[in-house]
Structure formats: C-alpha cells, structure tokens
Design a protein around this ligand. Structure first.
Ligand SMILES: [Zn+2]
Length: 334
C-alpha cells in the first residue's frame, strides 16, 4: 500500500482526481488529495488503492480506512452489542470532534461495502480451492468427525452431534409499540443457517402428546415406576419436554434465540432461528433432517430432552425419514 504523502506528488496523468477528501483512520483524520492510477475508472478504486473505502459510491467526500473497518469487524464479532454508533462515538473521541448522527450513516455505508468485498473474495477463494460444492462445509468442518481413513473399521455411529436451543439471542420485534416495522430483505448467505421455510415444513407434523398437566412448577422427584424399579423416567421432570402449545414466548420478541447442532469437538454444523416461539420440536426435526441428508443415517444425537424428543421423532419418522432405520431413532436420545 503506497504512502499517502508520496501520492500527492506523483505525476500520474488521470481523467479525475480526488480533491480534499476527508480520510478517517483510527487515530488520524485529515484532508488529502489523491491522484488515481491510469487504470482507475472510479474514485473508490483509487481510495481502495490507498487503503480507504469511500462513504458514497461515486463522489465520496469522506473515506474510512480499511484497517479501521477491519478492527470494527473483529470488535463486533467478539461483542455484537458494540454498535456502529458506538464505534463512531469512539472515533469522535479519538479525533476530538462532536458526534453527529450522519457519521453513523457514513460509517455504515463504507462498512457494508467492506463486508461485501470480503464476501466476494471468499467466494472466489472457495471456487479456486474447489470448496464450493454442495455441503462442502458440513462435510469438511471437522476432520476428526468426518474424514474417513482407508480400511477404517466401521463404527457403531459414524457421526455424533449435540443439539440444543438457547434463549440469550433474543431480537426485539420492531413492530411493537405501534412503530412501523423496518423491512429487512437480507437473507443469510452462509450455509450454516436452515431457512425458516425449511423449518416450518415440520411445524404441523408434531403430533400432540398427552402430558401430565400437573403443576408445572412442582419439581419434586418423580415416583419410581413400580413395574420397572430402578428405571429413571426423566421426561416429566423436564420443563422443556412440555407440549409445544405451552412453550409460549413473549410476543415482544421476533426471535427468541437460535437452535444449533455441533459435533463433539464443538464445531457448529447447523443453526436455525427460533422465530416467535420457544423451543418447539420443529427446530430439532429440521436440524436432524439436514444432518441425515448430509451425513447419512448411521449417527447419534445428544439432546437434553432427547428422551421425550425421540418419541416425537418416532411419530414423524415414517413420513419424513423413510430411509431411516426404524431401530436407529432410539439412539437419537442418547
Ligand atoms: Zn468433530
């Protein structure tokens, strides 16, 4: 990357130049005059050449350094609550200027382009490395789990995963309190996510289950089954094993959390959003549907309410998992 001070004096002929553009870095803020290379057609090509991204597509007056955007990306990954507004206020303190709301818009525009550039570079890399085939990520995420050796002895289970939902990634519904919901047409471009439509395929397939409707807060020990002394029957002791109709979520939340599957080495394999609901059975069923499709039927799955879920799965297994060995589903509760 060339030094800014050198380019100002360069004698390169060009059809345009960038005059008095404000260049924002983490610790510096200055106006400069940039001369493009002959191959540059647009101002942002020149800005990228010098390590900046403009805050407008054609005639930017402000540009933010790539390293500032890269630093924010990592800060945001480690602390999702660290917003663009907070980042802009941080820069304002460092540059000793007052914060103004339009600064957030400028930073956001440059950051969107920065992420788009990274995404397209990754796409090119995946193509060049031939990692863009169907399900490549899932099949290669964990070499310990999914790489097979020549003449490897057959295992009882060829793959083992854990699944569960959380409730610490709630997202507030923007239409609450009479505000107009802000439309967001973006969709995840990662194959980690199972789309809501794929999940909802299973929402009407979960058959209602007769449950003990005693006091939900009664956490006394369950009496032992007299016919099977010593057998631990935990289904009724777990609040999460209640019927789906009782898993209500506060209506103020658009999303109540995520449901994930990970291998035993903690590599995340699949994720789906839990939308306007608690931990319904459709989420693990959709996850298992995808796991069976990619990894085959000879697998095991750990789930904290697997004892109840195995029954739910058994009810839907014939229709959706016709290729599944009927004896295997019991292993899903291990
Ligand atoms: Zn693994």
């Amino acid at each position: 990357m060339p030094d800014i001070s050198d380019q100002v004096l360069s004698g390169v002929d060009a059809s345009f130049s960038i005059n008095e553009i404000e260049l924002i870095d983490t610790f510096t803020r200055r106006c400069s005059h940039l001369r493009p290379l002959p191959s540059h057609q647009y101002p942002n090509e020149t800005l990228i050449y010098y390590g900046y991204i403009g805050c407008a597509p054609m005639y930017p007056s402000v540009a933010i350094s790539l390293r500032t955007l890269a630093a924010y990306r990592q800060s945001h990954r480690t602390c999702p609550q660290f917003s663009i507004k907070s980042q802009c206020k941080t820069l304002c303190y460092l540059h000793d200027i007052p914060y103004r709301p339009y600064l957030k818009m400028q930073f956001s525009a440059a950051y969107d382009i920065f992420l788009e550039i990274l995404h397209r570079i990754n796409q090119h890399l995946r193509q060049a490395l031939k990692r863009d085939t169907v399900n490549w990520r899932m099949l290669n995420t964990c070499p310990a789990c999914f790489y097979k050796l020549d003449d490897e002895p057959a295992l009882d289970f060829e793959w083992l995963v854990s699944i569960d939902g959380n409730n610490s990634l709630k997202r507030w519904d923007s239409s609450i309190y009479g505000t107009t919901a802000r439309s967001d047409s973006r969709t995840a471009r990662s194959d980690y996510w199972i789309h809501a439509d794929a999940v909802d395929k299973f929402e009407n397939e979960v058959k209602s289950r007769q449950v003990n409707l005693r006091n939900d807060d009664d956490w006394e020990d369950e009496p032992t089954d007299p016919d099977h002394p010593g057998v631990f029957t935990c289904i009724n002791q777990w609040r999460n094993t209640g019927p789906d109709s009782r898993k209500k979520m506060f209506a103020v939340f658009q999303e109540s959390g995520i449901f994930i599957a990970s291998c035993r080495h903690r590599f995340v394999l699949l994720v789906c959003d839990m939308i306007r609901s608690g931990e319904l059975a459709k989420y693990p069923i959709a996850i298992i549907d995808k796991l069976l499709t990619v990894y085959g039927k000879n697998g095991g799955c750990a789930y904290d309410i697997g004892c109840a879920f195995s029954k739910t799965l058994a009810n839907t297994i014939e229709e959706h998992f016709a290729f599944w060995d009927a004896d295997k589903y019991a292993a899903l509760s291990t």
